[in-house]
Design a binder for this molecule. Structure first.
Ligand code: PAF
Length: 286
């Protein structure tokens, strides 16, 4: 595996692959890799002859009171895992390499109505930061396919929309969420949980699953389903940010005729902010 830190070197590697007509699959990450990332790399191997990953903790997507400096950085373990996953190249730039003018005055990408709702309402600027760095990375790596986890469902929706709106020549693939046996979605931020909090955390998945059952049974009393979800997360000791039912494709509020839905929840538990979602298909109504 080649580790590349400079944009100029990345361009040389990518140009060689392209001249050799080798398809490229790309998995952007912020490092601290876990089994969830392994599934993204496995998906990448299905889509590209060459697999490239990036590790970049992007300052632009962290708010002033968020965990940018404390975000877990484990470069040695990550490098070993990426080698194990058969990744051809790792792009691991510095902040200065990505934002030579400084991240504060950077051009940003905004998707009104999508970057400012749900998690975006609680983390102002977060999805603009994600969209901006992802577009920069896609321009640099020029992959045929880029893989993102469905666990960050709103992020995936924002990225699909940006790629469509800006006509970027890449196919975005969503990879299913990897869960612990008790249902908790794997996330780098789970390491912030104490043993007691870790035992409480799966309640978010259980509440989502209960909502999914009600939707799949044909219930359309969305407000009541959301209220039950909020209450059950709260009763389990998680301070909820939201528990909402949205359309799966555009994250809009559903009407009774929408069948492809997603239930999204976020809440705070100790030092961690947990997010999760479940997609479901409601019965078709005439
Ligand atoms: O999901 C992540 O790890 C990050 O948000 C991403 C997509 C790598 C952009 O920094």
């Amino acid at each position: 595996m080649q580790t590349i830190t400079r944009i100029a070197d990345l361009r040389d590697v990518v140009t060689d692959w392209r001249l050799g007509r080798q398809s490229i699959a790309f998995v952007p990450t912020m490092g601290n890799l876990h089994l969830g990332h392994a599934s993204l790399m496995a998906a990448a191997h299905l889509h590209g002859r060459r697999v490239i990953s990036s590790i970049f903790v992007n300052p632009l997507q962290f708010g002033p009171s968020e965990d940018f400096s404390a975000y877990p950085r484990t470069p040695d373990d990550d490098g070993n895992l990426l080698r194990e996953y058969g990744v051809d190249a790792l792009f691991q730039p510095t902040v200065e390499e990505m934002y030579p003018q400084g991240s504060a005055g950077s051009t940003v990408i905004d998707v009104p109505g999508l970057t400012d709702v749900l998690c975006g309402a609680f983390r102002p600027g977060h999805f603009q930061g994600v969209a901006t760095v992802v577009v920069k990375l896609l321009c640099l790596v020029q992959p045929d396919v880029a893989i993102f986890g469905e666990k960050d469902y709103q992020q995936l929706t924002v990225i699909r929309r940006v790629v469509q709106d800006l006509n970027l020549p890449v196919t975005i693939v969503g990879a299913p969420t990897v869960r612990a046996e008790d249902g908790l979605a794997l996330s780098s931020r789970n390491r912030y949980l104490s043993a007691q909090e870790r035992a409480m955390a799966p309640s978010i998945y259980r509440a989502l699953d209960q909502a999914r059952r009600r939707l799949e049974a044909g219930e359309t009393a969305y407000a009541s389903i959301e209220a039950e979800g909020l209450a059950s997360i709260g009763a389990a000791g998680i301070t909820p940010d939201f528990f909402e039912i949205r359309t799966a494709a555009r994250l809009e509020r559903p009407t009774e005729l929408d069948v492809h839905l997603v239930v999204l929840a976020a809440g705070r538990l100790g030092k961690a902010r947990l997010i999760d979602n479940l997609q479901c298909t409601a019965p078709v109504r005439e």
